[in-house]
Design a binder for this molecule. Structure first.
Ligand code: SF4
Length: 324
């Protein structure tokens, strides 16, 4: 059944470490995912799913994105990509193909950040081919680490996912990147060599190495130590021409599109904002910290600390700490 109630589907544009200025599309309700990654910044997976479903009306998504683009254009804000980066796994949306068809009309390149878990399905691969930029998650290629870090749906098979990625690579003509999240306390052993072997075959345009920079679902999750990050970099760089770190802060260039409450809640539902970024956005909107106090008091925003920095996030069911 299609959810007709319009939530904040399009958000931003937000500064993206990979995509410049990206207008986000939140095409998945909080929080349907096929994984429950220990480092997820959206919070706990509430609906562990691998069956694709209808969530929102594709026309409603299109209209919401179009409206945000018009608002951003009126403010001379640049948009480099329309990016599917939702509150869960974007390929769970059975209407993804229809949505890309509609959005192509807007003549802005399309990007998607997927956990790759459904890429073994023919229909998912076909729909991903319509994107200009596809980011695939490759946190591990060994069963044990994959289960430990990504905590996948019990029916998923790692070998089918890896095969699916290689199959996709054969046909995809856009920019393909991989992202490998490194966390502290994992026994990586010879995992980096194994990932490198896979990357050698996959041939991504860029292999990104990232660490958690925003508050994770599991409080014990910390960024991997520098020597581990460097070790992964050196090993990947032997087989991939471009390996890059995604470990810096993405900056504060968030956009005010006319309604500060809507902007704050739309962005922070998928993208926790650092205190200095919130201040910068308030400044652009000519608003003051009172609006944050109000949203905190109304229970719409929450405040969290991570690695010595204060972050603000929208209160979502997946971030409700009382939920088990
Ligand atoms: S990080 Fe992505 S794939 Fe992992 S649980 Fe969160 S939304 Fe799902």
């Amino acid at each position: 059944m299609v959810i007709l109630v319009r939530t904040l589907i399009a958000f931003g544009p937000v500064p993206s470490r990979r995509l410049g200025r990206s207008l986000g599309v939140n095409n998945i309700p909080n929080k349907f995912c096929s994984y429950a990654c220990v480092y997820c910044q959206v919070g706990k997976t509430l609906k562990m799913e691998i069956k694709r479903k209808e969530f929102y009306d594709p026309e409603a998504i299109f209209e919401d994105v179009k409206k945000k683009i018009e608002e951003a254009k009126a403010r001379n804000e640049r948009i480099d990509y329309i990016t599917f980066a939702p509150d869960g796994e974007p390929t769970l949306d059975v209407n993804l193909g229809k949505e890309t068809e509609l959005l192509t009309e807007l003549e802005i390149p399309l990007a998607i950040l997927t956990n790759s878990s459904l890429i073994w399905c023919d229909d998912v691969r076909e729909e991903l081919l319509r994107f200009n930029f596809v980011s695939l998650k490759v946190d591990a290629v060994s069963e044990e680490l994959w289960r430990k870090i990504d905590r996948p749906h019990k029916s998923l098979k790692l070998d089918m996912i890896l095969e699916g990625m290689l199959e996709f690579r054969k046909e995809f003509r856009g920019e393909l990147v991989t992202e490998t999240m490194l966390i502290d306390g994992m026994n990586y052993g010879d995992e980096f060599e194994k990932i490198a072997e896979f990357l050698k075959e996959l041939k991504p345009d860029i292999a990104y190495i990232s660490i958690p920079t925003r508050p994770p679902t599991e409080k014990w999750v910390k960024p991997a130590k520098e020597e581990i990050i460097n070790q992964a970099f050196q090993i990947f760089a032997k087989v991939v021409d471009r390996v890059e770190y995604l470990i810096g802060y993405e900056g504060n260039a968030f956009t005010f599109t006319g309604n500060i409450e809507e902007d704050l809640l739309g962005i922070t539902s998928v993208h926790p904002m650092r205190e200095d970024a919130v201040n910068e956005l308030l400044r652009k909107a000519n608003a003051n910290w009172g609006i944050i106090e109000k949203l905190l008091n109304e229970g719409k925003l929450i405040e969290l600390e991570y690695e010595g920095k204060r972050f603000y996030m929208r209160r979502l069911p997946s971030r409700d700490s009382s939920r088990k």
